[in-house]
Each structure stands twice: as structure tokens, then as C-alpha cells.
Design a protein. Structure first.
Ligand SMILES: [Zn+2]
Ligand SMILES: [Zn+2]
Length: 103
């Protein structure tokens, strides 16, 4: 959990809050009838927090993109950035570090 606040749920004001590394929609939920928590969020919990949970974020993006386009991914062996196979792997330049991953 960190103090991340972002606009990840479609509002034009900050509407996302980080709880245990995952983002929740601040516009969702209700107060906790048991009084144990200040507020119970009902929408969220799937988007990893970019601030305190970035490794899961890459994995999440990977899975999300995988569902949209049937494309191949691999990790740059030099910087660890996630690369997409747009033009075939034969001559792939890493878009993050600019190095040819096959050299
Ligand atoms: Zn966080
Ligand atoms: Zn790289």
C-alpha cells in the first residue's frame, strides 16, 4: 500500500487509490457496516499499482494486450523491457534501451 492516487477509472478527477498494491475505484463502494474499515470499495483490485507494484503491472499489460491482439512478447535481455513482435524477431531493436536484442 502506498499513497498513489491516479485517474485510472475514467473520471477526469483522481479516482483511483492503491490498496495493497492494487488500484480501487474511489467512486465505488460503501461504508463498512462492521466498522472495521473506513470504506469498502467494490470496483477494482485487478489493476496493479504503477508506483508500488510495477512488476505486476508489466505482467498485467502483457496479459491485457495478449487478449486484444494475438502477438508475441519477450523480455529484452539487456534492460528487461517487454517487447512486442511487430516486424518479426529477426532484427528486433529494443524500444527501451535501443539495443539489438540478438547481439
Ligand atoms: Zn501502490
Ligand atoms: Zn532493452
Amino acid at each position: 500500500m502506498c499513497d498513489y492516487i491516479g485517474k485510472d477509472f475514467g473520471a477526469d478527477y483522481p479516482d483511483s487509490i492503491c490498496i495493497n498494491g492494487y488500484l480501487w475505484d474511489m467512486d465505488s463502494g460503501h461504508s463498512d457496516p462492521s466498522g472495521e474499515f473506513d470504506w469498502l470499495y467494490t470496483n477494482g483490485g485487478e489493476m496493479p499499482c504503477p508506483e508500488c507494484n510495477p512488476s505486476n503491472l508489466i505482467q498485467g499489460m502483457y496479459e491485457e494486450n495478449q487478449n486484444i491482439i494475438d502477438s508475441d512478447y519477450m523480455e529484452c535481455p539487456i534492460c528487461g523491457g517487454v517487447l512486442r513482435d511487430d516486424y518479426g524477431w529477426a532484427d528486433q531493436i529494443c524500444e527501451y534501451c535501443g539495443k539489438n536484442i540478438w547481439e
